[in-house]
Design a protein around this ligand. Structure first.
Ligand SMILES: *Cc1c(COP(=O)(O)O)cnc(C)c1O
Length: 385
């Protein structure tokens, strides 16, 4: 049957054609495919603005910069995430801290966040300027509660929705920014839809949108209303901020547009696989993913928890049988770089305990029923080792 990875892209002929069409056109970058892709995602999520960039890492960097994060400011995120969710603070010379996760959803614990904020207000710590909850595995955080805290404590709320395009929260799609200032998507090939490398920032704020557009491209503007003084002529541009080159290419955007045509099919298939795993793995010595009512996960990941002392043997058994299981995530604060910043083992015990037990099973659009059966069979064998 061959190696079954934990995630992979689905590329159809229409995707290939979309990329070829761009290659044969006049615009390989800064062309019409970018806006078309942005419009498509914005409409899908029912959000006003979208800014496509070359990765979610860049999107996070731009989003926190647009939020004014800099030296002396502070960002809080989840320890159970990819390092990029925290690194964006360090790019801006800001401080980073973490709020431990909920033991059921593995998302940032909103009640713990509330507690930490209340304590900081009483002088036992510093209030954050930016908070980045991460919609782990594609399931939304408790945005209603976190959004209310953002209002009360005045921090900028940025959703790291890298796992979650196509998921929903309440009646609305994740990315609509109903409770947040901005949301970020990733289009890496293991995520829900892909542009090879790519990311996006979504917002309903015109002010943030204009800042993000500047930051994506060196801080340069060609709009007279953003300039100081008069234009010198039709060639003229001004650099009014310090930005970067975080642009997405038109080949990537065209691939993204084409992929968005199939997003609902991608999500439906992932959900179907999750339902099958839930059914066939029930009753075994492992904990299955919990789903909160009132939302639908995008199922970027399907994570089971096993006894910590058996996790390694189970993992190795599955890898030996060509099941490409993975572990998400090594808590960010335990990384050596973060240890150098003063974090240590024991700082966020729920994320650490979760890490010692978690295994991500394969889930992606192209995973066939036979492959699912092989995964299920091997997991059963491994759990009974
Ligand atoms: C994948 C991922 C990122 C980074 O995405 P890139 O597009 O690879 O830069 C950031 N945050 C989370 C939670 C991710 O899973």
């Amino acid at each position: 049957m061959g190696y079954i990875p934990y995630g992979r892209q689905s590329i159809a002929e229409l995707d290939e054609q979309a990329v070829l069409d761009v290659l044969r056109s006049d615009w390989l970058t800064q062309g019409p495919s970018i806006e078309a892709f942005e419009k498509k995602v914005a409409e899908y999520c029912d959000v006003k603005y979208a800014v496509a960039v070359n990765s979610a890492t860049s999107a996070l960097h731009m989003a926190v910069a647009a939020a004014g994060l800099r030296d002396g400011k502070r960002l809080w995120t989840s320890p159970n995430t990819f390092v990029a969710s925290a690194n964006c603070a360090l790019y801006c010379n800001a401080d980073v801290d973490f709020v431990d996760i909920d033991d059921k959803t593995y998302n940032m614990d909103a009640a713990l966040l509330e507690e930490r904020l209340a304590q900081a207000k009483l002088g036992k710590g510093t209030l954050p300027d930016v908070v980045i909850p991460v919609h782990f595995s594609g399931q939304s955080c408790n945005m209603e509660q976190i959004g209310a805290l953002a209002k009360e404590y005045g921090f900028t709320l940025i959703e790291d929705a890298s796992h979650a395009v196509g998921g929903s929260y309440g009646e609305k799609k994740i990315g609509c920014c109903q409770y947040s200032d901005m949301a970020v998507f990733s289009f890496h090939p293991v995520k829900i839809v892909t542009t090879a490398e790519g990311g996006m920032v979504l917002t309903n704020s015109t002010d943030l949108y204009e800042k993000l557009q500047l930051l994506r491209s060196h801080g340069i503007t060609r709009k007279p209303e953003q300039m100081q003084g008069d234009s010198h002529g039709p060639w003229y541009y001004q650099q009014v901020e310090l930005g970067w080159n975080y642009r997405m290419t038109d080949m990537q955007a065209a691939l993204g547009c084409s992929q968005m045509e199939r997003i609902d099919a991608f999500i439906a298939k992932r959900r179907e696989i999750a339902v099958r795993y839930n059914r066939e793995l029930a009753g075994l010595p492992c904990r299955l993913p919990h789903q909160d009512a009132g939302g639908e996960s995008a199922w970027h990941l399907y994570v089971i928890r096993v006894a910590a002392e058996k996790r390694r043997a189970i993992f190795e058994y599955l890898r030996q049988h060509e099941i490409g299981v993975n572990v998400h995530y090594i808590p960010v604060h335990t990384q050596p770089y973060y240890a150098r910043l003063g974090f240590k083992q024991g700082d966020f015990p729920i994320a650490e305990a979760y890490y010692s037990e978690c295994i991500s099973l394969p889930v992606y659009y192209g995973l066939t029923e036979e492959e699912q059966a092989v995964v299920i069979q091997c997991v059963k064998e491994a759990l009974l080792l």
